[in-house]
Write a protein that binds this ligand. Structure first.
Ligand SMILES: Cc1ncc(COP(=O)(O)O)c(C=O)c1O
Length: 389
């Protein structure tokens, strides 16, 4: 069999390797507590599930959906953006449905990137930005994010030779994996930069609803002139614990949305309509569950930060997202620490280098683990002993 070069150069998906290690340990009968993947443990709110049941009985929802999404779904997205961010969107031209944000993030590269083109990608960052680029034949140029630059890439330090070949700038706030947030002044600066260098901005914002201490993240589309150069990916996954239902959206510049719609219409046949009805209910219905889930995540965040700090592990306190980004204990690289803590105490963390070269020396803890397991996991975590000192 001969496979494409594209498939041959595909690295294994980050969590596949971790899952294998967990499986091996479990096969030996040993307990594993995972702070790995960011998949909410809390269930989809009951009023949203009730809408699925209702919609499933309606034969109108048994047929092929449109790949761009039901007009009612796109309208619900536009209404939600207006309500939440005071942004006016034309639901016909400026909104497209996605089978989860991940699908759109991977496919947009086919709209923007030709072989040899460059995508500017935050480092550390969600791996699909660079994988999508690679699948489209493009190259990734990493934009380091660290404590020194407050996790806001310094766009002015990108070399001119790279900028000449760059087509797209990826940004993601609230950020996975660092938990960093950005405000409108940075987004305004990014829009000006994109206009100057003829870049399209793809902002990935699935965590805008997961925030703590009363903080309300902004949407990139609130930046001045964002509609001229940018689209934003969003999703029901994290806001409403709907990762399993696979529904999201891209909104913004109508030409970019149209290109994505055209690519998608040749590749997928949309989201099952009953699931689109769930999403309409989620977006239009009561939002109390969002606040309730944030209270739960915030309490978990505080417990994790306390344990890490008591162990002398350096970390900041995120205002949003589902993640704690922490320095590995002294002398440890990311993979070495992740393996050692799994070996010693059966706890899974995600090695930071899986998110890009600047992630080396860090690890990520996800808050999507039920409270009982979180307490147990943290107690085990605290028993870990460094072999370096
Ligand atoms: C930054 C980021 N973007 C996109 C996604 C994908 O979300 P969805 O479930 O909507 O595909 C994730 C999922 O973890 C994520 O962390």
């Amino acid at each position: 069999m001969k496979f494409s070069k594209r498939v041959q150069s595909l690295p294994p998906y980050l969590f596949v390797q971790i899952s294998k290690k967990i499986a091996a340990r479990k096969a030996r009968g040993e307990e594993v507590i995972s702070f790995g993947i960011g998949d909410p443990d809390l269930s989809t709110p009951p009023h949203i599930i009730a809408e699925l049941v209702r919609a499933a009985h309606d034969p109108a929802n048994h047929r092929y959906p449109e790949s761009e999404g039901l007009p009612e779904y796109r309208k619900a997205v536009a209404d939600w953006y207006k309500k939440r961010f005071d942004i006016k969107l034309d639901s016909e031209k400026e909104v497209v449905s996605l089978i989860g944000a991940k699908e759109g993030i991977a496919h947009i590269a086919l709209c923007l990137i030709d072989p040899g083109d460059v995508a500017l990608v935050p480092d550390p960052g969600y791996p699909v930005y660079s994988i999508g680029t690679m699948l489209a034949g493009g190259e990734t140029y990493y934009l380091p994010m660290n404590e020194k630059n407050k996790f806001l890439p310094e766009l002015d330090s990108i070399p001119a030779s790279i900028l000449q070949r760059s087509k797209v700038l990826w940004l993601n706030y609230p950020n996975n994996p660092t938990g960093a947030t950005a405000e409108l002044d940075y987004f305004n600066y990014a829009v000006d930069f994109a206009k100057k260098h003829d870049l399209i901005i793809c902002h990935d914002g699935p965590y805008t609803e997961v925030a703590f201490d009363g903080y309300k993240p902004v949407s990139f589309m609130q930046a001045k002139g964002a509609m001229d150069v940018a689209i934003e990916f969003h999703s029901l996954s994290k806001s409403y614990n709907m990762t399993g239902w696979r529904i999201g959206m891209a909104v913004g510049n109508p030409d970019v949305i149209d290109a994505l719609r055209r690519i998608k219409s040749n590749m997928d046949s949309g989201i099952p309509q009953a699931i689109q009805h769930m999403a309409i209910k989620a977006l239009n219905g009561p939002q109390d569950s969002v606040a309730e889930h944030n209270r739960i995540y915030q309490a978990r965040r505080d417990k994790v930060v306390k344990t890490l700090r008591e162990m002398g592990i350096q970390t900041n306190i995120p205002k949003a997202s589902l993640y704690i980004w922490a320095h590995c204990p002294q002398g440890y690289k990311s993979a070495e620490f992740a393996e050692d803590i799994l070996e010693q105490v059966g706890v899974v963390v995600t090695p930071g280098n899986g998110y890009g070269p600047t992630g080396e020396g860090f690890f990520r803890i996800s808050l999507t683990i039920n409270d009982q397991m979180l307490d147990k996991g943290l107690a085990k975590f605290a028993q870990w002993k460094s072999k370096k000192v």
